[in-house]
Design a protein around this ligand. Structure first.
Ligand code: FES
Ligand SMILES: [Fe+2]
Length: 440
C-alpha cells in the first residue's frame, strides 16, 4: 500500500474527532516514528543518572536504542547504540560506568562521545576503511539539551530550541525541582516497566483524563470506601486508601475544583484533585511538617508558600513524557509497534528533605505504578481494550469533543477546560501531531 499523503493524514483529524486508523494503522505508526520521534525533542533521562564522567544509561528515541552518557569533558551525549562494524548493539548493560564502550562482537571500541578509538586486527580492513570518518562512530544525536536536569535529545539537526519547545511547561519542571530544599532532585530506587497491547498515544491521553477514574477504577474506589479508617493509618496503606477514595470524587468536584490546562506543542497538565491533608498538602503529617521547615529554612516563608500553592497533578510533555511533582513520579512512553507500548516509571528524591518524604514517594510509586498496583492494572486493561476495539469495523470516528464548546484561553498562551473532564488536552495533542505529521 502506498504511504498516505500529508492531505490524507490531515483528513484523519476533524474538529472534536479522530479517525480510528490513527490508533490502528501500521503505516501511520511508521510515519509517526519518522516525523515525530525523528524530529521532536524527546525526553531521554535525568542528569542525576549520569553524574560522573563515564556514567551511562540505556535509553530510546522512538524505537531507536540510544545511550545517554556523561563524556569526559562533563557534557552529556546521547549516542546511537549501534556498532559501525556489523551493527551490533554495543552497550548491553542498562546502566553503569565505562571509560570506553567495547563491542562484544569483534572488539571495536568507542569513546564516551561515540568516536571510534580502537579497531583490533586493523591490518585486515580495506583501503577505503577510515576509522576517523565520523560515520564509523556510535553516531551522536545532533541536538541534546536539558532543562533543570531533565535531558532531551532530537534526531533532527534543526528545529526550535528546547526552551521554545517546552514553553510554559517549564513551570511544571520548576514545580518539581523547586520542591527540593537544595533545589536538586535525583532519580532514586529502581524502574517500574510495564507494557500494553495498544497505541503509544493512549498513555498520555489517559494521564490527564479526569472522566475515567470513577469508571475504570471503580473496584478500588469501592474497596477503599469500605475500608475502616483505623486499619491503615501510615505509609503505603494510608496513601493507597486515600488515593483510591479520591478517584471516586463526585462530578461537581471535577468540574469546580480541578482544572485542565493545555499549551502549544501538545503539552498539558491536570490540576491536583486531592484536598486531603494527609495525602498531598499533608499538613497533618509530622514528616511533612519537618520537610516544610527544611524548605522554609532554605527558601524563606514567602517562597515556600508560593511553591506549596502550585497544585498540579500529571504534567504531560508531548510526545513521550509525563511527570508529577506532588509525589515525584516520572513516566516515559516508548512506542514499540502500532499496538504495543512500553512505559518506564522513575521516582525522584528531593535533596535536603527528610528521608520519610522519599518513603512516601516509593509508597506512592507502588500504589500507582507498581506491577501490583490496584489502579495501573485497571488502566492497562483499558489500553488493551482500546487496542482491540480500534481494529474492528465499528465506528470510524473516535470522539474527542468533550468541552469543545466551552474551552477558553487561559491568559498564558494556553487553553483551559472549564471542566477538568474536557478532552481539550487530547485535541491539543492532535494539533501538535498534525504539525509534525501533515506539514507540507
Ligand atoms: S559488530 Fe561491533 S565489532 Fe563487529
Ligand atoms: Fe487511571
Amino acid at each position: 500500500m502506498p504511504e498516505p499523503t500529508s492531505e490524507e493524514i490531515a483528513g484523519l483529524i476533524r474538529p472534536g474527532r479522530v479517525h480510528r486508523r490513527v490508533y490502528a494503522d501500521p503505516a501511520i505508526f511508521e510515519i509517526e516514528m519518522e516525523r515525530i520521534f525523528g524530529h521532536a525533542w524527546i525526553y531521554v533521562g535525568h542528569e542525576s543518572q549520569v553524574r560522573a564522567p563515564g556514567d551511562f544509561v540505556r535509553t530510546r528515541i522512538g524505537r531507536r536504542p540510544m545511550v545517554m552518557v556523561r563524556h569526559e569533558d562533563g557534557s552529556i551525549r546521547v549516542i546511537h547504540n549501534q556498532c559501525a562494524h556489523r551493527g551490533a548493539m554495543v552497550v548491553a548493560k542498562e546502566s553503569g560506568n565505562a571509560k570506553r564502550f567495547e563491542c562484544c562482537y569483534h572488539g571495536w571500541t568507542y569513546a564516551t562521545d561515540g568516536r571510534l578509538v580502537h579497531v583490533p586486527l586493523r591490518h585486515g580492513y580495506p583501503a577505503h576503511f577510515d576509522p576517523d570518518d565520523p560515520g564509523t562512530a556510535m553516531v551522536a544525536a545532533p541536538r541534546v539539551d536539558s532543562y533543570r536536569g531533565f535531558v532531551f535529545a532530537s534526531l533532527a539537526a534543526d528545529g526550535p530550541p528546547l526552551a521554545d519547545f517546552l514553553g510554559y511547561m517549564t513551570t511544571s519542571f520548576d514545580d518539581m525541582v523547586d520542591r527540593s530544599p537544595d533545589d536538586e532532585i535525583e532519580v532514586a530506587g529502581g524502574v517500574f516497566r510495564h507494557a500494553y497491547d495498544g497505541n503509544w498515544k493512549l498513555y498520555l491521553e489517559n494521564l490527564c483524563d479526569a472522566a475515567h477514574p470513577i469508571f475504570v477504577h471503580r473496584s478500588s474506589i469501592d474497596a477503599a470506601r469500605a475500608q475502616d479508617d483505623t486499619v491503615h493509618t501510615t505509609g503505603a496503606g494510608e496513601i493507597a486508601v486515600r488515593q483510591m477514595r479520591q478517584n471516586g470524587a463526585p462530578p461537581e468536584f471535577w468540574r469546580e475544583r480541578v482544572g485542565i490546562w493545555t499549551y502549544p506543542g501538545g503539552h498539558a497538565f491536570l490540576g491536583d484533585y486531592h484536598d486531603d491533608e494527609k495525602l498531598v498538602a499533608a499538613s497533618g503529617d509530622p514528616a511533612f511538617a519537618e520537610y516544610l521547615a527544611a524548605l522554609e529554612a532554605k527558601k524563606g516563608t514567602e517562597e515556600t508558600r508560593r511553591i506549596m500553592e502550585v497544585m498540579r497533578w500529571n504534567s504531560n510533555v508531548w510526545p513521550n513524557l509525563s511527570f508529577m511533582s506532588q509525589f515525584r513520579q516520572l513516566r516515559v512512553v516508548h512506542p514499540v509497534a502500532v499496538d504495543r507500548t512500553e512505559v518506564h516509571t522513575y521516582a525522584f528524591r528531593l535533596k535536603g528533605a527528610p528521608a520519610r518524604m522519599f518513603e512516601d514517594t516509593i509508597a506512592f510509586a507502588n500504589v500507582t505504578n507498581g506491577t501490583g498496583s490496584p489502579v495501573l492494572t485497571d488502566d492497562l486493561e483499558t489500553y488493551g481494550r482500546i487496542g482491540t476495539g480500534v481494529t474492528s469495523q465499528g465506528a470510524e470516528w473516535i470522539e474527542i469533543g468533550r468541552g469543545y464548546e466551552t474551552d477558553r484561553p487561559d491568559g498564558k498562551g494556553g487553553v483551559e477546560g472549564v471542566d477538568s473532564t474536557s478532552e481539550v488536552y487530547i485535541r491539543n495533542m492532535y494539533d501538535a501531531w498534525l504539525g509534525f505529521m501533515a506539514a507540507p
